[in-house]
Design a protein. Structure first.
Length: 420
């Protein structure tokens, strides 16, 4: 009896091992089917053109077709196909699925993608794209050097990835030229509802735009951009912080350096924001019906309150310095503001700090004229280094460091009059 049990156990194990590649093959096909389905959008149709599944391996071909009529027309005008096919060579392992993918019969885009997918759907990927050149019907040329991407994508929707493009350039038919040097994009996060939660970094070593005439050329050096977003523990509030720094930028005779920008908003009603994004983010024309649909969501967003901050904006422009920071808070409890938005002017709170150096004022006389008006009205103050402006906003009143006060509504009146 004991021997029979042992033989049964051994037989069961052998049967499991024999059937396991078939099970893994089914899992692999399901992973690819779900992945392709998720790539469908309003402008791109993704589908499986072929799937040949074997015992230890499989071969699949996926097709991606542009469906946007205007983009299709543009591609056809340049002699480019509106669809590409990607071949996937798939291996069924004991604990995962390996795949090697490449573009089929494309003269423009060629890349190789290696993926390792666990049985739960989590995937490691590494993509290497070949350098390509493209010239359109009007003679403009696009050149992209070898590019790469690698990262990890989880079945739960989390993504961690890095994209690198060492160099890209565009030579326009009129003689203008654009060059991008060392682009690196990094991201780690997850989509929660309609919002991305996580961190994204972008860096650009250099960017140049040169015209055939040599006038108004633009150059930029060392750009760094960071976006951080998160929700609170309950998921009801959404926060975002964006920072931007540029070492130097120049166009014509104007030169800027050491630009720093730190902008944030917090306490945004995440549910209302998600629904507003679904309305405004479709790219479709905003009809009166959709506008009416968005009004209650705007009311909901304002009613729960939020804050907006420009924590820092600073740069050196042509040898002169400018710095600014401000903060605004909309307290909760403001109902139906879409019917009368002016009520916000009486409840919003905040502060403003700004400074302009004498060197900058000397370089831009027209700015000096406006600053002189602020000094006369005692809204700003001047010292040996430059002009500063400090103000607080409470109960609809703007109070300057000099003690002068003015209703916030009065500052908006010229804008309202100008719009009529």
């Amino acid at each position: 009896m004991h021997s029979l049990k042992k033989m049964g156990a051994i037989g069961g194990a052998i049967l499991l091992v024999a059937c396991w590649p078939l099970a893994v093959g089914q899992i692999a096909q399901k992973v690819i089917e779900d992945g392709v389905q998720n790539l469908n959008s309003s402008s791109v149709k993704a589908e499986i053109a072929e799937y040949d599944r074997g015992y230890f391996s499989a071969t699949a071909i996926t097709r991606y077709t542009i469906t946007d009529p205007q983009l299709v027309k543009s591609l056809e005008a340049d002699g480019l196909p509106a669809s590409i096919e990607v071949v996937h060579d798939i291996s069924h392992g004991l604990v995962g699925i390996d795949a090697h993918s490449y573009v089929k019969d494309s003269l423009l885009i060629q890349f190789e993608l290696a993926t390792q997918t666990k049985l739960n759907g989590d995937t490691n990927f590494e993509l290497v794209g070949r350098k390509f050149n493209f010239t359109d019907a009007k003679g403009a040329e696009l050149i992209v050097g070898q590019y790469s991407a690698q990262g990890v994508a989880s079945v739960a929707g989390a993504l961690e990835a890095t994209v690198t493009v060492p160099k890209a350039s565009v030579n326009f038919s009129n003689g203008d030229n654009l060059v991008l040097n060392s682009f690196i994009g990094e991201g780690a996060g997850q989509r929660e509802g309609g919002l991305w939660v996580g961190q994204q970094n972008i860096s650009v070593k250099g960017f140049q735009l040169s015209s055939a005439s040599g006038e108004n050329d633009f150059q930029l050096e060392d750009l760094q951009y960071v976006l951080k977003t998160n929700k609170n523990e309950s998921g009801e509030k959404f926060d975002s912080v964006q920072t931007l720094s540029i070492k130097s930028a120049s166009t014509g005779e104007n030169h800027a350096k050491d630009l720093e920008l730190d902008f944030a908003f917090n306490g945004i009603n995440s549910q209302a924001l998600e629904q507003l994004i679904s309305i405004y983010g479709t790219g479709e024309n905003l009809t009166e019906e959709r506008m009416n649909e968005s009004m209650p969501l705007l009311d909901q967003l304002v009613e729960t309150g939020f804050g907006v901050q420009l924590n820092k904006f600073a740069l050196n422009l042509d040898g002169g310095d400018f710095q600014s920071a401000w903060q605004l808070t909309v307290p909760s409890g403001q109902k139906n503001v879409s019917q009368n938005a002016s009520v916000l002017l009486n409840v919003v709170e905040g502060n403003l700090d700004a400074f302009i150096s004498n060197e900058l004022l000397q370089s831009y006389p027209f700015v000096r004229e406006n600053i002189d008006e602020l000094l006369i009205m005692e809204f700003a103050s001047e010292d040996a280094k430059g002009v500063g402006l400090n103000a607080k906003l409470i109960n609809g009143q703007v109070t300057f460091s000099s003690g002068k006060q003015i209703p916030l509504l009065a500052l908006f009146m010229p804008l309202m009059a100008g719009g009529k």
